[in-house]
Ligand binder design. Sequence first.
Ligand code: NDP
Ligand code: MG
Length: 378
Amino acid sequence: MPLKVAILGATGSIGRQALDVARQHGDAVQVVALAAGSNFALLAQQALEFDVSHIALGLPAADAGQYPLPAGCVVGFGGAAITALGELPQVDVVLNALVGFAGLRVSHAALAAGKVLALANKESLVVGGDLLMPMATAGQLLPVDSEHSAIFQCLAGEPADAVARIWLTASGGPFYGLSREELAGMSAAQALAHPTWQMGAKISIDSATLMNKGLEVIEAHHLFAIEYSKIEVVVHPQSCIHSMVEYADGSVKAHLGVTDMRVPIQYALSYPQRWAAPVQPLDFRQLADLSFAAPDMETFKALRLALAAGESGGTLPCALNAANEVAVAAFLAGDCGFLDIERVVEQVLEQHQRQEVESLEQLEAVDAEARAHARELL
Ligand code: NDP
Ligand code: MG
């Protein structure tokens, strides 16, 4: 019986690569539901190719009627319709590849419905890890983020109390090595040109500020129940080592591979099995040097802010994430400079009144308030 999968965020970078994995493993994967934000044209085309029974779009599409769909395909609009796809009785695995806070409800609903959650949407763990992790049974929440997939694989079969440190690798992003003066003048187009990974716009900017690595430290803290003092960020520009786990005896396990998200996406679907590689594997004879450096947290303040928010915990990561989403959207629209992103995040955090995380509704209120504050500061 093929695995029945709902891919939410199907039209994005992760979503399209997930569909390519499904295309290559049609015997093992059956795509039954697809969701996107506003791109109905591509969503409809994907629905036809994979003959899915349900689709949902975040925004209403006036022209929805003009696109052919599979016979009997149920179409929904709005956030609740997307969340409902993650709860469909026939769905085994929900791949959450939405971007931003909008993914939180989906992650929560999928876990509550007992689905396996293949999680690309790191923001839902960053803001709601305290809510989501207690809901997840062993093997129910599988990371798609390449570093976390790597760590998950390095941890397999090892006693949890033998973990000394997690080494989270960072490419450094397109601006690594630049001064703050140089960063101040960088445009969205320059920030979008990532050296090693092809990704959606929001995460590309997060990679340029190093906020992405900060979000990933918080993600790792929740996923692997490991304290912040045991998570080290190391800059590794070739992105060949996807992360490492160091054990009490000084042994280090690393996960290596090509820089192609289809590998970790596929592993989240095949786990605990392994299927044939979706891309040409790494040829070590073609590799040049592997290099490593400490992250520069003076120049890339966003990383420092994220680590501090993570360590303080509670609703601080939610406020951090909301301010970052608003500032990144403004930067992408050309409405603010590159360093305004960290400025807005820092100022929102300074004003935020920390609370313990209690509910989705509380996080939605914190998110809305931090967004409003960030908009005032821009
Ligand atoms: P993209 O921007 O490429 O795609 C986002 C997807 O979500 C699109 O399908 C988009 O639809 C949809 N979407 C956006 N906003 C909403 C909304 N409010 N409601 C419903 N749907 C929405 O992002 P990525 O694929 O790059 O990233 C997805 C997630 O995966 C992020 O959390 C990111 O951090 C994480 N990730 C991504 C990696 C990558 O290589 N891309 C690597 C590791 C993690 P539409 O096209 O219609 O706008
Ligand atoms: Mg990553």
